[in-house]
Write a protein that binds this ligand. Structure first.
Ligand code: ATP
Length: 620
């Protein structure tokens, strides 16, 4: 099957796993994905064996053809009696046609089964991946995860569609070929099989060395790819700093290391290839020599010698493929283990359900009372750094609480806990007076909405992007939400209105427009609890006023936590919580906090928002 070249490279570099009972069982567990397509799989397997059997019949009939040519009366074929040359040729043509038909059948069946099974596996992997807890993502590199759903699965696909049928076919050729030669001449078989231990020993010896160098090449290549990934992600910074040359040099250095490692591996590979060819063809030469002597002595016919030679090439071919197939199996076992590891990770909802004890009758809607009580928290990825320390903060239903404080104080972490991306290490998060863990996770998140700092729009229309807040919402509801979010006007200003494509291949929205789309999303979701992570980048004053108005409408009747960077929202909040080093150090209204001469809020607001009224000239 044709593969993308970069994918081919990635597949080449896949680490191989040790073959042991456990890893093989892991791989066999994949059979589960083939099970739904079992009838077709069996058809594929049967066709494959039939086609291999036809393949084995070929040298036999080819030999008979030559014998028929040498003898005027034709040749004797078992079961069929004496046949003339043309009839043998006809049988041979028939066998070849049958073989082609069976090969078509088996290739089609294996591909269909393989592709369908892999589509299921891919879907299951993605489904699981996306449902894993935040802590999982914090501890892994995204590149590693995407490679599991692409490269590892492509490797498994290759194994199912190519390697498995190859293995069956070559086994038939190997066993069948050896048996058929053995029936006619034990001596010849012994000669042929004599080369086998030498080949195996060489494969093990060279394989070890090759693997070491391949691993080195692979590591270096991964490092090189990281540079490409990083620089493309931050391409604007690379260009703004005019650092193209610097990055190219960095890449060159890394690339040179890949080359050096690959060249070392190449030398061993070349020696290995040369040795293999010598051993394989050497074996054939010996068989040919032996066979020719038997022919000379009149012990075998020319046709039989032809059979020997053809069977020997079959056997040699099968042996030659064995090393490659073995390495394919090793890679597949490795890929399977990594994929199965992912499939074994418990999802958030599984952990949540296992914990149990959820409230049995859920209200239609939360009132929106939120209380953090003595919460301590550290990120699982950085357990040595306490982020929230005995933090307590309560919000009444419908209250607006602004979270302010120095960078890294823990404001966003607080909202992450509210969304239950993580659970407190100790202390409690109470929602409507109950522990947040008492509510089913998905239901709880359904009661909340977030308007993030960086609004991510998905490739699709504006309408689809708004409907992300409530999948399945009708056009009327979408329009209404957009109107409340002050987004209707600018959306209708586009020639295609709500059907305008956004993102990569569509219109790029401005910061303020994106935010209003996010607000419309949140309005559509109609949450009881709202999290606003204000954008740090300032909007122009008209845009700012529009966004502010939309936010005011959105916040109506919802408990809102605002990670605040702008004075306007801070002022509009009912209370302001000043967070410093993971604790609430001040709590009160803007006026109350501004009046504290030595307060952190007063200092921060002077720095971030300009002088507060309390600082303004003419005020005491
Ligand atoms: P800012 O105003 O700059 O956004 P913040 O007050 O929102 O800051 P947080 O993002 O909550 O701060 O971060 C608090 C601390 O937790 C910081 O020291 C930060 O480095 C750390 N932190 C944040 N996210 C993670 C994470 N996913 N894994 C590990 N540590 C993290």
């Amino acid at each position: 099957m044709p593969r993308h070249s970069s994918e081919e490279i990635a597949l080449d570099r896949l680490p191989k796993a040790k073959l042991n009972r456990e890893s093989l069982l892991d791989t066999l567990a994949l059979a589960r994905y083939v099970r739904p397509y079992r009838p077709r799989f069996v058809v594929g397997l049967a066709s494959l064996f039939f086609s291999a059997a036809c393949g084995l019949a070929f040298p036999f009939l080819a030999g008979s053809l030559i014998d028929a040519a040498m003898r005027p009366g034709g040749t004797t074929l078992q079961f069929l009696g004496v046949l003339p040359l043309s009839q043998v040729a006809l049988i041979l043509a028939g066998i070849v046609s049958l073989q082609a038909l069976a090969s078509f059948n088996s290739a089609l069946a294996f591909n269909r089964v393989g592709q369908s099974a892999l589509a299921d596996l891919r879907r299951e992997c993605y489904q699981r991946l996306i449902a894993l807890p935040m802590a999982f993502f914090g501890q892994r590199r995204i590149g590693e995860l995407t490679s599991r759903v692409s490269t590892d699965i492509a490797q498994i696909e290759g194994a199912l569609v190519d390697a498995l049928p190859q293995m069956c076919r070559q086994s038939v050729f190997l066993i069948g070929g050896v048996t058929l030669i053995a029936i006619t001449s034990g001596q010849l078989t012994a000669v042929m099989l004599g080369t086998l231990p030498i080949l195996i020993a060489a494969a093990v010896f060279f394989g070890r060395r090759l693997r070491r160098f391949s691993r080195e090449t692979q590591d270096q290549l991964a490092a090189t790819n990281t540079i490409v990934e990083e620089t493309l992600q931050a391409i604007a910074s690379v260009k703004a700093f005019a650092n193209e040359a610097f990055e190219v040099r960095r890449y060159e250095t890394s690339n040179a290391r890949v080359l050096a490692a690959a060249l070392s591996a190449a030398r061993w590979r070349a020696v290995f290839v040369a040795f293999f060819i010598l051993a394989l063809f050497g074996g054939i030469v010996i068989v040919l020599w032996f066979g020719a002597r038997l022919l000379q002595q009149g012990e075998i016919s020319p046709g039989e010698l032809t059979r020997f030679v053809l069977y020997s090439t079959f056997v040699a071919g099968a042996m030659g493929q064995a090393a490659e197939l073995f390495s394919q199996i090793q890679k597949t076992v490795g890929a399977t283990q990594r994929v199965r590891e992912l499939l074994r990770e418990p999802t958030e909802t599984e952990t949540d359900a296992a914990r149990g004890g959820h409230v049995t009758t859920l209200p239609a809607r939360l009132r929106g009372e939120v209380a953090f009580v003595g919460v301590n928290f550290r990120y699982p990825a950085r357990p040595e750094v306490p982020v929230l320390r005995n933090l307590s903060l309560a919000a009444q239903p419908g209250e607006r609480i602004a979270l302010v404080g120095p960078s890294g104080a823990g404001k966003s972490t607080l909202t992450a806990l509210l969304l239950r991306f993580y659970d407190p290490e100790s202390g409690r998060l109470l929602i409507d007076g109950r522990d947040a863990r008492d509510y089913p996770l998905t239901w709880l998140r359904g009661q909340m909405a977030i308007v993030p700092q960086d609004v991510l729009l998905f490739g699709g229309t504006i309408a689809e992007n708004i409907a992300y807040g409530r999948p399945g919402a009708d056009a009327h509801a979408i329009r209404e939400a957009a109107q409340l979010a002050n987004a209707d006007d600018f959306i209708r200003g586009f020639p295609e209105g709500y059907a305008t494509l956004v993102g990569d291949r569509g219109i790029k929205l401005s910061g303020g427009q994106r935010q209003r789309v996010a607000i419309a999303r949140a309005i559509l979701k109609n949450p009881a609890i709202l999290i606003l992570d204000e954008a740090t980048s300032s909007l122009d004053s008209e845009s700012e006023a529009q966004v502010q108005l939309a936010l005011d409408r959105l916040m109506q009747g919802r408990t809102t936590f605002i990670v605040a960077h702008r004075l306007a929202t801070v002022r509009n909040a009912n209370r302001i919580a000043v967070i410093d080093a993971g604790q609430v150090v001040e709590l009160g209204t803007h006026e109350e906090l501004s009046a504290r001469a030595e307060g952190l809020y007063r200092r921060l607001s002077a720095l971030q928002f300009g002088p507060t009224p309390a600082d303004a000239p003419g005020r005491p």
